[in-house]
Design a protein around this ligand. Structure first.
Ligand SMILES: [Zn+2]
Ligand SMILES: [Zn+2]
Length: 107
């Protein structure tokens, strides 16, 4: 029984049930579902704390052209409809790919 408790302490980690709204302390039967506003499990003698708030870092894809410098010398964000930020970059990339292919053939 004690060992089981030990395992629970070790393995049963709190997790989000509804992202950033409700979290679960799985050490209880049934598991405790706790609102985000409470940062510690409300069961006495339970050491669980709220899991870290999940922050959505929106992944904005950058221009595919690896030499792109349209954003003040840095790669610019790509357009929704394209892998590139501009026709210019698209053309440059196409030319680059073409040259690579040509080189490969020469060798
Ligand atoms: Zn708990
Ligand atoms: Zn670009």
């Amino acid at each position: 029984m004690l060992f089981e408790n030990y395992l629970k302490e070790k393995i049963m980690k709190p997790y989000w049930k509804h992202k950033n709204k409700k979290w679960v302390c799985p050490k209880h039967i049934p598991s405790a579902i706790i609102p985000v506003t409470i940062s510690r499990c409300w069961f006495t003698n339970c050491s669980s704390v709220r899991p870290p708030i999940v922050r959505d870092t929106p992944l904005i894809p950058k221009c595919e052209w690896f030499k792109c410098d349209k954003d003040n010398g840095k790669p610019a964000l790509r357009r929704k409809t394209s892998k590139y930020c501009s026709v210019d970059c698209k053309n440059k990339n196409a030319r680059h790919a073409y040259n690579l292919r040509k080189k490969a053939k020469v060798i």
